[in-house]
Design a protein. Sequence first.
Length: 229
Amino acid sequence: MKASICTLGCRVNQYESDAIREGLQDKGFTMVPFGADSDVVIINTCTVTGESDRKSRQLIRRAAGAAPNAAVIVTGCFAQVSPDAAAALGADAVVGNGEKGRIPDIAYTLVQGGCVGCTVSDIQTADWDDLQIHAPRRARSYIKIEDGCENRCAYCIIPAARGRVRSKLADRVVAEASVIAGTGCCEVILTGIETGSYGRDLENMDLETLLGLVDQVPGIRRIALGSLD
């Protein structure tokens, strides 16, 4: 079984695609470049601007046309807010942001001839997902520590696509950093949709405290922050 992933948008999407890639490999998939012959094509979309929507639509059409025998899975923010549009463009499965952890199982089901359709739940009630990275592909590795935004800016669709602020428990962040450091990767980038809101939904935890904990992980020599606002 062969699979490919194309990712649009932010650091969080990049992290989630890397975690999905690991899950696919655990299911027995071999990863190939986007555009190569494959059994499953996953488009991790963005919707923060009109241009992002256009690129998302373009990639879905391209995937459906270039690999007519492949199952096309569309996920990400465009899929979350416009699932019917994603399905109409040729997606075999539309998977919301709250269900990204299920994509390896969904991909396997499609390859085996099963039918999935639309799997998009209310993002406002979503809990923290189970996505994580064990084997970073770069010298620097992302760790998603936060998801969602509650600012409700009039021009921004992100709260509708990502939901309320949700923080990864500090011990899970530290554990993931330890695994990453164990592979020889010495730099982590703590990121989120609004990383500065980390800990708002937790007791006795904030970004400053988390930084101190990650700083104590053996092997981690540099910590960067992404998408504070």
